[in-house]
Design a protein around this ligand. Structure first.
Ligand SMILES: NC(=O)c1ccc[n+]([C@@H]2O[C@H](COP(=O)([O-])OP(=O)(O)OC[C@H]3O[C@@H](n4cnc5c(N)ncnc54)[C@H](OP(=O)(O)O)[C@@H]3O)[C@@H](O)[C@H]2O)c1
Length: 360
């Protein structure tokens, strides 16, 4: 676990690489549709890096699915900090994947839920009319073509809006707790940033794993985090969670606003610190990666970063928790497709309560 920081740095770029492989395909198929002169869809696009002001609602050709893909009519999407990082091209190192001089792809958005409209000839698991969800580049649009290996069935007890809230935040929480934290029943888990997109999943998934959970948020979110199952909630405007007496086995950090010495103080001797998020615009993620790398060499505790990886198996695992009533996505605001710029502006303020959803 201690050498994970190297692979995680590469994974950050690898994740974008996965997306950009998909983009090339979508753009290619889009050109085919232009040639045929039919099948127009609405999508949010941009031609330059910048603020949400550079986004426009455009008409593009509907993608044609290849033999292994399903064409999905998107009903809802959700917004992640990833979207505004890619929109702005920050931190700058991501431009190695997203385009050095300008964005390689005009499209944006990754989380979506919708209905299968058509399938390629080799698709076996899904058929037209099936309700599905997953992570695919270009989710702020009416349609996407997506490999069936990246799709999961929509949980039967959720709406499309709730389902679109799941992918990035859901499997980030799951992979951090299960794979990095290796959380076992009875362990004490602290989630810094418990009320946002990732945090609201993390609290519920940690509880589903049998952990004793503490969450950190501001006053207005204390009730929410408590209602998600947290056994203890720290209101960061009133108390300092790093002065806690009883140490934690796992610290899940979405915020990166405390020093590593402060975190060490509240970790058990064999405890695990997982850096999930930090302020990327101020170089926070790279700084924290460096600190994690150094600390891991000198202390018994583990310090690790993580970069979530989209995969169908984890969506299916989350589906099971949802259908068992252990996890329910939390939705803050909903915006129509043409108001994606406002949705991103709101998320960028850093105080969303759960997920911000786009209805399509
Ligand atoms: N490593 C990965 O694979 C991965 C994947 C997904 C996301 N991320 C990163 O993880 C982070 C969280 O993502 P997200 O989707 O949850 O973002 P988000 O929804 O924008 O998070 C907003 C939440 O952060 C809370 N917050 C803000 N300042 C805080 C503070 N000082 N202490 C505690 N909570 C605070 C806010 O609560 P209050 O309003 O109560 O302050 C709000 O509920 C981001 O940095 C994102 O880039 C990483």
């Amino acid at each position: 676990m201690r050498s994970d920081y190297v692979s995680d740095g590469l994974l950050a770029l690898g994740k974008l690489n996965d997306y950009y492989g998909a983009i090339n395909h979508i753009v290619h198929n889009s050109q085919k549709s232009t040639h045929e002169g039919y099948n127009i869809m609405k999508a949010i696009t941009r031609s330059t890096y910048g603020s949400p002001d550079v986004l426009t609602l455009s008409e593009l050709d509907k993608p044609d699915p290849n033999d292994n893909q399903a064409l999905v009519r998107i009903r809802a999407a959700s917004v992640n900090p990833l979207d505004w990082h890619v929109l702005r091209g920050t931190p700058r190192f991501i431009r190695m994947q997203t385009g050095l001089t300008g964005p390689k792809s005009p499209k944006l958005g990754v989380d979506m839920a919708g209905e299968v409209e058509a399938v390629g000839k080799d698709v076996t698991e899904f058929k037209p009319g099936d309700a599905v969800y997953g992570e695919v580049w270009g989710a702020f649009a009416e349609y996407v073509a997506v490999s069936e290996t990246m799709l999961a069935p929509k949980p039967s007890n959720l709406t499309f809006e709730q389902t679109a809230a799941i992918p990035v935040a859901g499997y980030t929480a799951l992979q951090a707790l299960r794979d990095k934290g290796q959380v076992t029943p009875g362990q004490r888990v602290l989630i810094n940033g418990a009320s946002g997109g990732v945090g609201t999943f993390a609290v519920q998934i940690a509880k589903a794993m049998g952990a004793e959970v503490a969450g950190v948020c501001s006053t207005r979110n204390v009730e929410l985090v408590s209602s998600l199952g947290a056994d203890r909630v720290f209101d960061y405007t009133r108390e300092d969670f790093t002065l806690e007496k009883d140490p934690y086995d796992v610290i899940f950090d979405n915020i990166g606003n405390r020093t590593m010495a402060e975190y060490r103080r509240i970790m058990t001797p064999g405890g695990v610190f997982i850096m999930v998020g930090a302020d990327g615009n101020k170089g926070g993620y790279l700084n924290a990666m460096f600190k994690v790398m150094v600390l891991s060499k000198f202390f018994s505790q583990s310090f690790t970063t993580m970069m979530a990886k989209a995969n169908k198996q984890d969506l299916l695992a989350i589906n099971r928790m949802i259908e068992a009533g252990q996890v329910t996505p939390v939705i803050d605001r909903q915006y129509p497709l043409d108001q994606v710029p406002d949705a991103i502006r709101y998320l960028e303020e850093g105080h969303a309560r759960g997920k911000v959803v786009v209805t399509v």
